[in-house]
Design a protein around this ligand. Sequence first.
Ligand code: DAH
Length: 364
Amino acid sequence: MASIAGDIERLETEITNAISSASDETALEDVRVAAIGKKGSVSALLKSLGGMSPEERQVNGPLINGLKARVGDDINARRDILKAQALNARLASETIDVSLPVREPAIAQGRVHPVAQVVDELITIFADMGFSIAEGPHIENDNYNFSALNIPKDHPARQEMDTFYFDPREDGSRRLLRTHTSPVQIRTMLESKPPIRIIAPGRVFRCDYDQTHTPMFHQVEGLVIDKQANLGNLKWVLEEFLKAFFEVPNVKMRFRASHFPFTEPSMEVDVGCQRVGNELRIGEGDGWLEILGCGMVHPNVLRNVGLDPAEYQGFAWGMGIDRIAMLKYGIPDLRTFFASDLRWLKHYGFAALDMPSLAGGLSR
Ligand code: DAH
């Protein structure tokens, strides 16, 4: 009786080698088809049972079926190993380094210019004191910028302000770029009735250029008109403003007699300051910094807008926004404000979503 035990042993060695050298599931599937697939080598052996005598079948049948079962088990075991290896390789290749920096979204990269920030701060502070915001055009006429403010034609203030004039019109009048925000006083008093409480922040223009002067800069005007508004009120408003703006509990102030055509009396206000190393501290100290001009609105100005100075009175002030921004945020050169240098803006600018508020902090 012919035994095929030797053939089976050889075939098994061959298949086992093929299984263990299959390096992925596709290769392993090829091995399975070639061994126990319909036309595989083991299946062919099984088919050969049909041509054998019953005795041969009795011996060889279990041998071949045993081979088929072991090959199947081997293939399944190898598949599990290959599956686990593939998963591990994938996990290794798809790892994410969570310590890498995140790129900032556009809204976080944008910066608010210090002038815009300071305007927001001013509005926040004065709105809290009951002031509204007034505006006027950059292109003004001679009357609103000068005459109605009690600055006569031959007054030296007209020369001092280095005005930018437009070409004369047919009627001889010349329009100009407003040299200060004071014309908004006139416009406001002509448009509304007292009591008036406004601030007017905005751009102004003068032909001047050096480390502390640029041909365009920013001012904020303040105006209060009613029947009793007085210098004591002015002093309180300015003191509250300066404390809130410089974010200090006390501000030492000094009023010096001065002269502006549109106020009588007129004063300049200095704040106490102190240099500590490289830092300029506002509020305390032996030094003084001039910060604004102010006074009681001149009776002529009231008359020019149709208010009776015997009935109404008020006070006004004007302040350089860029200057107080430089002082508060330690920015040395005014010209850099308008150079559009992104590196400068990244350094001195403010986060777009951090709006100043009295409760949350003006500048944080
Ligand atoms: N307009 C003045 C200037 O540009 C500043 C000023 C001073 C405004 C006194 C005022 C004031 O309202 O009362 O130099």
